[in-house]
Unconditional design. Sequence first.
Length: 217
Amino acid sequence: MSERAPTICVVDDDAAARSSLRLLLKSLGLNAVAYDKAAAFLAGYDPAQPGCLLLDIRMPGMSGLELQQELNRRGTISPVIFITGHGDVAMAVEAMQHGAFDFLQKPFREQELLNRVQKALDRDRAVRDQLRGHEAMQLRLETLTPREREVLEAVAKGGSNKVIAHELGISQRTVEIHRGRVMQKMNAESLAQLVHMATALGITHLAPKDAGAPRRP
């Protein structure tokens, strides 16, 4: 399935500003949709849609800041760029502290806006790629047998085949076989890559088979 094209969502109660922003973005081949209020945007909000948000910081009803807080509660990853008036810089700083990607103070140059939007789209793409990679690793992890999972955990801890064999009560040859299968199933090209995957998945400790058994340093 091909990746969905990014969409810039403009939320601004000022009809002229809203239309101007949408037309500017579309003139450069960017997909843009505009909403006159936060509620209208939330009604059709799709967290799986790549892109970024351009929010007016002051709007009647739900403000841009309140919309940001609602999106944070929903766990959105789409970068938010606030559009602010002269007296709204303190509010914009507060928004940045709550995870906003950037803010633009009116009046701004078109190129400045486009530069910020492009950086936001780059960030969104990078985050989504990272999440997809993590999900793929998690799915591969779930194909491991319980014993293979134990071997992976031990490898992530830095254990040698000899130490792992002692901890699990199996032969070194059996450890080698399991380790090879783990490498294959996790699609790891090297031990370093396998350890990196394990770290990314939060696999850092091995629960000993027998807490009372002697263990080597």
